[in-house]
Design a protein around this ligand. Sequence first.
Ligand code: SAM
Ligand code: SF4
Length: 467
Amino acid sequence: MTDPTYKVTPAEIEEQQRRIREIAALPDRPQTYCVVTYGCQMNAHDSEPNTGMLRDMGMTEAPSREQADFVLFNTCCVRDNAERRALGNVTWLKEVRKRNPRLMIAVCGCMVQEPGMAERILKQYKFIDLAFGTANLHRFPELMWKALHSDTTVLEIDTRNTLAEDLPVQRMRRDAAYINIMFGCDNFCSYCIVPYVRGRERSRRPDDILREAEQLQRDGVKEIMLLGQNVNSYGRGLEEDVTFAGLLRRLDETGIERIRFMTSHPKDLSDSLIEVMGSARHVLPQFHLPVQAGSDEILRRMNRRYTRETYLSRVRALRQAVPGIGLTTDLIVGFPGETEEQFQDTLSLVKEVGYDSAFTFIYSPRVGTAAAKMPGQIAPEVATDRIQRLIALQDECQQQAMRRFLGAEEAVLVEGFSRRSRCAVSGHGLHGLSVTFPGGAEDIGQIVRVRVTGLKNNTLIAERAEA
Ligand code: SAM
Ligand code: SF4
């Protein structure tokens, strides 16, 4: 039986709003904040309500974490290095506090929710003023209030599967926005800690998502990115009979200019979703479809529940429905027991698909997951050698895949100036690739039609298309 979803009530949200007003009225509260975010888009999006609440508490953003009165680390624990980096930076800030005794240090996100972390914080990281888990985000104001009135660490971790609507949000961009459509994950891939730190899968009601999208559209947002660990299983457990394909169709009808989403699990990629991809007007021709490995045996032990062939058949169906679609993926090397031959299966799959880009990871054992207890953990030097070979191959395949854009037109949502020149701007094209072309400040936030003239590393070089 799945654990029930706990819906945060409007009265609870109102109580948090009251706390925000009380904190804003405190004469000796922190005046400035800095939010440091690690990890995936979902974490980046979680930082938006955190920032919105800090703003409503009357604080302004500090130019750097060293200059802030309040620093919040929104952490990730998907791989060991993300966790170590976060803990290293938190500890370093302890030194900064020697110069600025007013400094408050807070930690939230996946790492706090990790088994055993609460005890570690209370014993080893006593200097942290406030720590709260992913399910407690909506309670940040009340916890902040407690931390302002406490000499010891205030810590709250909830194991309920919470779902909260209508939190104050400070969006990072005006032209593009994230929308969470679901939280948690029920897939329990054997290497992954997400189901343990983000709880059971739960979906937001379609009307709430539509309402948020329509408001963003009225605010001038041109592109929305729908977020979830496995958006393809959106709708499970809701009273309404709604699928991800159905939700996309309804969002497409709102007329919002560009719709993207991530992440899709290959086992749940339905024919109806592929059909919507082919016929919707505003859903962009791009698809992030993590494969993780190319060997059936490794996929089985990863508990991915698809085979290499079923994955490849989904890729073929997507390409048939949306010719030229931009495909990207995630890959793990050095999974326990992975032989050279099985690694070669990953290389051959990468070659066969020809992804536009890929996130490549060395397997990192996570305490509490099934894979961490599997025999045959791979030596670091073997895993490093494999990832280097994988990256080299993917770079080659990417260059090859990008050639299909030469001479073609793309519509670019311009994000800012190019890193290399103040006379050029860059953004993302319809297919998800980064595009740079001559332009100025007036282009930022606009969708500009360009023609691709060249390639440089993983960027398309372009010029304005003639009107
Ligand atoms: N839900 C998504 C999915 O199904 O692919 C992705 C979630 S996870 C935060 C992002 C990526 O991190 C995964 O696709 C996987 O490649 C990688 N990852 C997760 N756990 C890992 C581990 N223990 N070691 C190395 N990479 C890992
Ligand atoms: Fe992790 Fe698998 Fe869930 Fe993705 S689908 S979050 S990899 S358990």
